[in-house]
Write a protein that binds this ligand. Structure first.
Ligand SMILES: Nc1ncnc2c1ncn2[C@@H]1O[C@H](COP(=O)(O)OP(=O)(O)OP(=O)(O)O)[C@@H](O)[C@H]1O
Ligand SMILES: O=P(O)(O)OC[C@H]1O[C@H](OP(=O)(O)OP(=O)(O)O)[C@H](O)[C@@H]1O
Length: 462
């Protein structure tokens, strides 16, 4: 596989391309990596950079087509020449409309067929660590918000770009991908870390032992994968999975028709539950409409509030929950063990996530209290049910100067209390003589060493 870059894009026949500046080409030392700079001819200071990775599952032709498409999105008027000089595939393309931009591209794209499996063999050499985040959909925004709350703000220069970074973690690249692709790319080695729903890890990871859950409860994206059947008709008296499996109606000729987007977890679950005559069909959305349309008897789909099921006259049954899900932090064991920097970044991210999540919903309360000694003040505080704090109150003397002498009349107390019981805590503090109460938000609560980190190390055999 060659590596290098083309000179700035060559001029086109309409000679309006201006790309003599070396700035129009950005060279990445990584293989299979492309980088473009789009330069506005009239204003050489206005530049846009696009970075990306050649997708090994696409042919070079498909890849270049996608690249052209992306370039157009970067600016509605971009026209130019795309050139890939060192690869087996070289494209020179002129666009019809007048060119205002020059586009140069360096690549080492190789002719890997579309059907090439995303296995570890397709892994590119790189020194940077890669984190996959959901590019869109219901997980995207909350993922970015969570990272931001942990001071791991993701910086995306252009909303159409698939890459971004986290300034606090310099050796990390962020890749925005569809949740299922994050799981696939962790397995193929194209990503090292990811944040997705546990349902997605389970469905697309299919028990792959290389995937390891680093943090299993990021506290958003909560839902469950569940079997649901119509409330009425033949299912009126069926309220459990056992009752469903005992229905004599289902035969090899007329099986229970189940529609699901979870074609790995769904059938596996039904088999484990002893349902013998089942025909699975797959669909992408609006599964709840299938039973009413008569195209399925049951569905296996995600449920969170249950509204969609209710509105479509469907019900869950006892024992019909395939799995409970929420957002998780997942990693490739292979990357953790062998790629430099992955373990360190994982540790820092895990510590920040845990400390932030521990602090969520907790409030720091500081107050002054008169007393004869720290012990006596502590006793008074501990006599109140809502003032015990995480490990008990911190009580420290407040020194003041009186008649030329240092005296202690007051003690400052610090306690962490749940936000929910804040008002009760304040009332209890006042009742034991607390005054000057300050309330402040907590960013992190760092524990000694997180059990999740110890568990991860043991899973890695460390
Ligand atoms: N009520 C819900 N319905 C569906 N997903 C939910 C729900 N609540 C939380 N989630 C989480 O959000 C994820 C779905 O996000 P999204 O809809 O963006 O993904 P997707 O449909 O898999 O995306 P794509 O179709 O582009 O691959 C689920 O995998 C799950 O973890
Ligand atoms: O229990 P509820 O809160 O009603 O949520 C459940 C619904 O949400 C999801 O659909 P989504 O809105 O993501 O659309 P989709 O089916 O097209 O993916 C899921 O597939 C259910 O249909």
């Amino acid at each position: 596989m060659g590596h290098g870059c083309c000179p700035s894009s060559s001029s086109s026949s309409n000679s309006r391309l201006d790309s003599t500046s070396s700035d129009s080409t950005l060279i990445s030392p990584q293989k299979n990596f492309f980088a473009l700079k789009l330069r506005k001819r009239s204003n050489s200071f206005e530049m846009e950079t696009m970075k990306g990775l050649f997708n090994p599952t696409l042919t070079p032709q498909q890849q270049m087509r996608r690249l052209r498409h992306e370039c157009r999105y970067a600016d509605g008027q971009i026209q130019g020449v795309i050139k890939s000089s060192t690869s087996p595939y070289v494209e020179r393309r002129q666009f019809r409309r007048p060119c205002r931009y020059a586009i140069a591209c360096c690549s080492t794209v190789t002719a890997i067929g579309r059907d090439a499996a995303p296995t570890a063999t397709a892994q590119v050499e790189r020194s940077v660590v890669r984190l996959g985040l959901p590019s869109k959909g219901r997980m995207a925004e909350e993922t970015l918000n969570l990272l931001k709350s942990c001071q791991l703000t993701v910086r995306q220069l252009n909303p159409r770009q698939y890459t971004a970074d986290i300034p606090l973690l310099p050796n990390l690249e962020v890749w925005f991908q569809r949740p299922k692709d994050i799981v696939r790319k962790l397995q193929s080695g194209d990503l090292d870390l990811g944040i997705v729903g546990y349902d997605t890890v389970s469905e697309y990871g299919q028990g792959n032992e290389d995937l390891v859950i680093v943090h299993d409860a990021l506290e958003y994206g909560a839902c469950r994968l569940a079997l649901a059947i119509p409330k009425e008709g033949i299912f009126e008296n069926i309220n459990s999975i056992d009752e469903l499996s005992r229905m004599t109606k289902w035969t090899a000729e007329r099986p229970l028709r189940v529609v699901t987007g979870f074609t790995y977890l769904g059938p596996k679950f039904l088999k484990e539950k002893g349902l013998k005559h089942v025909a699975i069909t797959t669909a992408d959305g609006a599964l709840e409409s299938y039973p009413a349309m008569g195209t399925a008897d049951a569905i296996v789909d995600l449920v969170s509030s249950g509204t969609t099921l209710r509105e479509n006259n469907l019900k869950e049954v006892e024992g019909g929950t395939v799995l409970q899900s929420q957002a998780v932090f997942v990693a490739s064991k292979r990357s953790l063990s062998s790629r430099e920097g992955v373990l360190e970044i994982t540790h820092e991210m895990l510590e920040r996530l845990e400390a932030h999540l521990s602090a969520t919903g907790e409030i720091m309360v500081t107050a002054n209290m008169r007393g004869n000694s720290a012990e006596e003040v502590a006793e008074r505080v501990l006599s109140q049910t809502s003032l015990s704090g995480l490990q008990g109150p911190t009580v420290s003397p407040v020194y003041c100067l009186r008649d030329g002498k240092v005296k202690v009349d007051y003690y400052a107390i610090n306690i962490v209390v749940p936000q929910k019981t804040l008002y009760k805590s304040i009332q209890q503090l006042r009742s034991i003589g607390g005054s000057g109460v300050l309330v402040s938000k907590l960013t992190y609560i760092f524990d000694e060493e997180t059990p999740r980190w110890r568990k991860l190390l043991s899973q890695l055999g460390m």
